[in-house]
Every structure is written in structure tokens, then in C-alpha cells.
Design a protein around this ligand. Structure first.
Ligand SMILES: [Zn+2]
Length: 188
């Protein structure tokens, strides 16, 4: 399975010269939700992540909402375990909707994309403060190139560096190409 090829085909990964929502410029734009539109694709990625954890006695998969929901559910389905999620309430990642965890319950935390690892870390903290044992973390894409540390063993199906630049430092601008907002450009 060539994951990045699937991302390109579904426009989940664009290559060119983009203005990110942060205002920074980048040669790549990633929108994981587009790669997961078809359940069969999500299930395939879910199985690929699940294969790394078949010997870990995972009891539950948990994801930070919203980005982790589709892939987390797919991993839980592949492992045949339950699926729960954390979400922010007043800015703090927490368990809502009546979800609860047991003392020492073995949990795998799954996200679509890890950039700094921030939401995965917040999800882990929300679970561990309630007594669960987070035994691992996973994502489809690791945008940190392996650098993000979430405090538990972590895997990603694809590791990539996605550079971003201030407009005044952008080498693509210096090369004379025009930066575009994602969505205003067709796939390459
Ligand atoms: Zn630029």
C-alpha cells in the first residue's frame, strides 16, 4: 500500500506552493480527512496501524476529536475493541458523553496526523488522570519526521517533514511562483 500515493490521489496531500491557515508558506498541504472519505480506505489504514499493536493486549482505542475519530474507530474495529474519544471543554481535553475508563485499562491513542504531538499528549493525560494505562500512540502521518515525543511508544504509517516558511523567507516565493490557498488549486 502506497499511502502517500493514496493521499495524492484523494487530494489529501497537495504539492506546490501554499498559504497555510497560519499564514506561513509551504510546498505541501495535508488534509487527512480527504484520504478517509471512503470507509474501505479508512479500514485499510486502520488494519495497518492495528498490526503494530496485536500483541499489546489493547482493551480500548481512544482518539482526540475531531481529527482522530475516523481512523481511531477504524483501528478499534480492526482490533475488535471499544472506541472512545476525548474532546476539549473550555479548552481542556477531557472525556465527556458518559465515557469512562477502568484503573489500568490498556489504551492505544490514535490520531490522523501528528505534528507536534500536542493533542495526543493531551488525550493521554485526560485518560491517565482517570487511571487508565496508555500503552502506545499511533497516527497515519507523522509530520514531525519522528521528532514528536508523546511520552509513550509511538508509530506512524508514514513519516514526513513538511517545511513551512514565513512569506519573507519563503524559497518558493524567491523562485517566483505564486502562493495559493489550498482548495484553489487542482491536484498535481
Ligand atoms: Zn511562498
Amino acid at each position: 500500500m502506497d499511502i502517500l500515493e493514496h493521499f495524492r490521489q484523494t487530494d489529501a496531500l497537495l504539492e506546490g506552493h501554499f498559504i497555510l491557515s497560519s499564514g506561513l508558506h509551504s510546498p505541501n498541504y495535508l488534509q487527512c480527512a480527504l484520504a478517509l472519505q471512503y470507509p474501505a480506505d479508512a479500514a485499510r489504514f486502520g488494519r495497518a496501524i492495528a498490526e503494530h499493536f496485536t500483541n499489546e493486549n489493547i482493551e480500548t482505542v481512544a482518539s482526540p476529536a475531531i481529527g482522530g475519530l475516523v481512523i481511531g474507530y477504524a483501528v478499534a474495529a480492526a482490533l475488535n475493541v471499544r472506541f472512545i474519544w476525548t474532546e476539549r471543554q473550555d479548552g481542556v481535553m477531557t472525556l465527556r458523553r458518559g465515557f469512562s475508563v477502568r484503573e489500568n485499562e490498556r489504551i492505544l491513542v490514535v490520531e490522523d496526523v501528528i505534528t507536534t504531538g500536542g493533542s495526543t499528549r493531551e488525550c493521554i493525560e485526560a485518560l491517565e488522570t482517570r487511571g487508565a494505562k496508555v500503552v502506545g500512540a499511533a497516527s497515519i502521518i507523522d509530520r514531525s519526521g519522528g521528532a514528536a515525543d508523546v511520552g509513550v511508544p509511538r508509530i506512524a504509517l508514514v513519516s514526513m517533514q513538511v517545511p513551512s516558511y514565513k512569506p519573507e523567507d519563503c524559497p518558493l516565493c524567491k523562485a517566483g511562483t505564486e502562493a495559493v490557498k489550498p482548495g484553489s488549486r487542482t491536484k498535481v
